[in-house]
Write a protein that binds this ligand. Sequence first.
Ligand code: ATP
Ligand code: MG
Length: 260
Amino acid sequence: MIEVRNLCKTLPNGRKLLDGISFKVKKGEFVGILGPSGAGKTLTLRCLNGLLKPDSGEVIVEDAIGNRYDICKINKKQLRQIRQQIGVIFQGYHLVKRLTALENVMIGRLGQINTLRSIVYGFTDEEAAEAMTALEQVKIGNLANAKTGNLSGGEMQRVAIARAIFQKPTMLIADEPISNLDPSNAKTIMKLIRPLSQNIPVVGVFHQPEMTAKYCTRVIAIKDGKVFYDGDPKLSNKQLADIYGEELSLIEQQEQGFYN
Ligand SMILES: Nc1ncnc2c1ncn2[C@@H]1O[C@H](COP(=O)(O)OP(=O)(O)OP(=O)(O)O)[C@@H](O)[C@H]1O
Ligand SMILES: [Mg+2]
């Protein structure tokens, strides 16, 4: 379970970046966050894993044994422990390009094992086998020893998902995990993420309403730092126009050839 209550973040000049965001995501839900550029989607995700402290509000998360914490109120040590349990898939983020795919997957559990053991002895054979299984699950077991920097965008996203699987998180957050992927790879990634929500809450930011309609269990639209919509993942054209406003009409005009 993840719950955010009344998240607020205001710039010194008075501009409200987050203006009372509240929602709750339970195990079994794959929530897609939509909204125009600059709406506050990434800032909201950064609050969810404690990377950004809101001016006010609460971020309640549950650890592996069911204890609840407000991420905004716990000390640094507790925050570090909680963050080890949060799987993060960010676009081109957090993968070490000079390491192999398998090594990147194993990094997912680095914070969880004794640091001294990880430095001196590395991972156990059992852990390496488990990381390999995670790569096979996302169908790139054959690339385990490839240098991550040489992989394609879609393959890198699969490494990031394998790392999140290996990490055994209690929740998963993803910021634009399918941006810059071709439609076929984007579908593959959505199909890999969706089943993870059977056991843990999953929240992802997307710019593709047709994908969230198909794969998410619920959609939240954020606009001007507020929750503008929360409900059925299938949105009508009118609802999409209300969410995206000018941005959508520009896209439509481009599609109709106004700019050709
Ligand atoms: N550190 C910061 N200082 C000042 N303004 C910031 C800071 N971080 C973000 N912002 C502003 O807050 C607003 C929301 O940013 P955010 O990254 O959450 O947008 P977003 O909804 O994820 O947009 P996109 O779809 O383009 O990724 C933006 O206008 C951004 O410029
Ligand atoms: Mg963003």
